[in-house]
Design a protein. Structure first.
Length: 239
């Protein structure tokens, strides 16, 4: 028996949907756990071993897929949006990839490297806050932070009861009233960079994820995707 969590949390940690979406799916009777319908979002569930079907489809079935997308700004990282907004799946139109889910997320206004997979165990390792790889971002901001501010961003600050910090912050270039920073995170919290910078009265103009661990976005065009090589999958944590 592996690590056990509530069923809704397992769906979220596997990258199948958000926690709130998972709770709705479970309560609506659309989720089967090891072959039977479970309507309790807190039902104890093995994170790695449990077989989960959503709407009759088993995400674990079939050869696993591992993809990277250069996410454009303005797309929501979800399979379907109740407000009718365009989602990241628009980038896969016509590809017939089967079931894939985002590995982690980028908010609507953010862009850059976003992983997708049909392998929930691999995805859980990537998003695990303790053992997952660092994420690197290039962030355009509305000022030119000094050395003391860059150091303070690494030291961290309490925001809404959470301690937010960056593993490293480097000034890449500056011109006029704006600057580009390279921000590396060793943990993943909701809108972490935007909230951290806002605590120092720094506004974000653009936020681009350029790397996850050793995997760099590189020259992949905006809105395009490609399969990961076996070596890239392994370097990120298995597969």
């Amino acid at each position: 028996m592996g690590v056990s969590h509530g069923l809704a949390r397992v769906l979220s940690k596997r990258g199948l949907c958000s926690r709130s979406q998972a709770e709705r799916l479970i309560r609506d009777g659309r989720v089967r756990l090891d072959g039977r319908v479970v309507r309790d979002p807190e039902h104890p569930t093995d994170l790695e071993q449990a077989r989960i079907d959503i709407d009759g489809a088993a995400p674990e079935q079939g050869a696993p897929r591992y993809l990277m997308l250069n996410k454009p700004r303005g797309l929501v990282t979800t399979a379907s949006d109740e407000r009718g907004r365009d989602t990241v799946y628009r980038c896969f139109d016509g590809a017939e990839l089967g079931w894939i889910a985002p590995v982690g997320r980028l908010d609507k206004a953010s862009e850059g490297l976003l992983l997708f997979s049909s392998d929930p165990r691999w995805a859980a390792g990537i998003t695990d806050p303790a053992r997952g790889p660092n994420k690197t971002y290039h962030v355009q901001v509305d000022c030119i932070p000094g050395a003391a501010t860059l150091s303070a961003l690494q030291s961290g600050v309490a925001v809404d009861g959470e301690w937010l910090h960056a593993a490293s912050v480097t000034l890449l270039r500056a011109g006029g009233k704006h600057a580009w920073l390279e921000v590396v995170l060793d943990e993943g919290r909701n809108r972490q960079i935007r909230r951290l910078l806002a605590a120092f009265d720094i506004g974000v103009l653009r936020l681009v994820r350029v790397a996850i661990g050793p995997l760099a976005l590189g020259e992949l065009p905006k809105g395009q995707w490609r399969e990961l090589s076996a070596g890239e999958v392994a370097a990120l944590g298995g597969g």
